[in-house]
Design a binder for this molecule. Structure first.
Ligand SMILES: Nc1ncnc2c1ncn2[C@@H]1O[C@H](COP(=O)(O)OP(=O)(O)OP(=O)(O)O)[C@@H](O)[C@H]1O
Ligand SMILES: [Mg+2]
Length: 387
């Protein structure tokens, strides 16, 4: 059935108990973030208006080509750099409220950071590297500090190397040390900027397995990666292009589409609103758009063999419709209405743009066609079942 085709997105606040101190309903909220770098040639806009929310326990991958603004975005979240305008809220903290002197200790306690090049101190032992954040933030005193470091090294699978120097272990092992160090103060959030960028693919997979274990244990994580295969394994991917986030639903709907085309499509998206129960598409009309649901639910009505409208499916955020007719030609095969239960917001793409997107990429077209065939079969089955 239609509804089974697309995974529904996690919506709204995972905390469930209302909002955080600054009214943010999500654990992390970036609001209208603009970042301009000053250069001799004038201001360079690296982030051009980012709105982005992450709930507790989410594992978010940030992808996008070199220069798209991924590291800049990460630096806004960690407070390593400040936005030109806009707000960064993490839990109960508005980063703008933290003066320079308060920011570093706050970061040390609340955010674990993993870098591409590990950035371990080369002259001190592995265990001392892991204890550094605890020294810095004065957490876990004396024996407990050392015990915790050993425990963390055990958790990342390299306790046996605790008393070696970083240079005495492999790259993958050094990254494990860096992860243990990032976890030292039990951070609310783990942030990683291309953590596997400097590792071979087998080691990268092992590091990624470790991240998955941490997510299972309740960690929230944002990871920049160039690795499309790894990005596929996370719960959510955002695509940055030219300082903007490409609409996530669009990116999910067209997973094989090149990001330049996604950005192009995003610029062409039109937002439409419908009142509860309002008609969106009429069976028999000529198809004009491809529609993505961004809020609310849409009911798909088809005629049973006696000519009565029956609800064939209810579609939710992230699901799409209209592509069957655009791909195969012919008139609308079903009537679609906004669910009587609430308002609906759609992102619509003109049929011509949709055709352009698919025209560029055989794989995308094949995949869409396959989905269409499956839907038609299921529809057929539904109607037969209702008769
Ligand atoms: N300190 C800076 N001063 C001026 N421009 C900068 C500065 N840092 C980054 N930029 C520019 O801002 C843009 C975004 O940079 P950023 O490092 O965020 O990209 P990225 O997506 O992380 O790229 P990569 O994949 O290569 O790491 C780039 O065009 C970059 O040249
Ligand atoms: Mg970068």
């Amino acid at each position: 059935m239609f509804a089974g085709l697309r995974q529904q997105k996690q919506q709204a606040n995972a905390d469930g108990d209302g909002s955080y101190r600054h009214g943010n309903r999500h654990f992390i909220e970036l609001q209208a973030i603009i970042k301009n770098y000053q250069t001799p040639a004038g201001d360079f806009p690296a982030l051009k208006g980012i709105d982005f929310a992450v709930d507790k326990g989410e594992f978010v991958a940030v992808i996008g080509k070199s220069g798209s603004g991924k590291s800049t975005l990460i630096n806004m979240i960690t407070g390593i750099d400040r936005p030109t305008s806009g707000r960064v809220l993490i839990g109960d903290t508005d980063l703008a409220d933290l003066r320079e002197g308060a920011l570093a200790p706050w970061r040390g306690k609340n955010i674990g950071i993993v870098f591409q090049f590990f950035q371990l101190l080369p002259t001190i032992r592995i265990i001392d590297n892991v204890m550094l954040p605890m020294d810095f933030c004065d957490t876990y005193r004396g024996r407990a500090r050392k015990e915790r470091a050993l425990h963390l090294l055990d958790q990342v699978g390299i306790a046996e190397h605790a008393y070696k120097l970083p240079s005495e272990v492999s790259g993958g092992q050094q990254q494990r040390v860096a992860i243990a160090r990032a976890l030292a103060n039990d951070p609310l959030l783990l942030v990683a900027d291309e953590p596997t960028g400097n590792l071979d693919s087998k080691t990268a997979n092992e590091i990624f397995d470790l991240f998955e274990v941490l997510i299972d244990q309740g960690t929230t994580m944002i990871m920049v990666t160039h690795d499309q295969d790894l990005a596929k394994r996370v719960s959510r991917t955002i695509v940055l292009a030219d300082g903007r986030i490409i609409d996530e639903y669009l990116a999910d709907a067209f997973p094989l589409l090149h990001e330049d085309l996604l950005l192009y499509a995003m610029e062409k998206l039109e937002t439409l609103h419908y009142a509860p129960g309002e008609a969106i598409l009429q069976e028999g009309d000529a198809p004009e758009h491809f529609y993505l649901i961004t809020k609310g639910h849409v009911e798909v009505l088809v005629k049973d063999l006696r000519g009565n409208d029956v609800t064939a499916a209810i579609l939710g955020p992230g699901q799409y419709f209209g592509e069957i007719e655009l791909l195969r030609g012919g008139s609308n095969r079903a009537t679609l209405i906004a669910s009587p239960a609430g308002e609906v917001e759609l992102a619509a793409l003109d049929g011509d743009v949709f055709a352009e997107l698919l025209g560029e990429n055989g794989e995308v077209r094949d995949r869409f066609t396959q989905i269409v065939e499956e839907r038609l079969d299921e529809n057929q089955a539904n109607r037969a079942g209702d008769a």
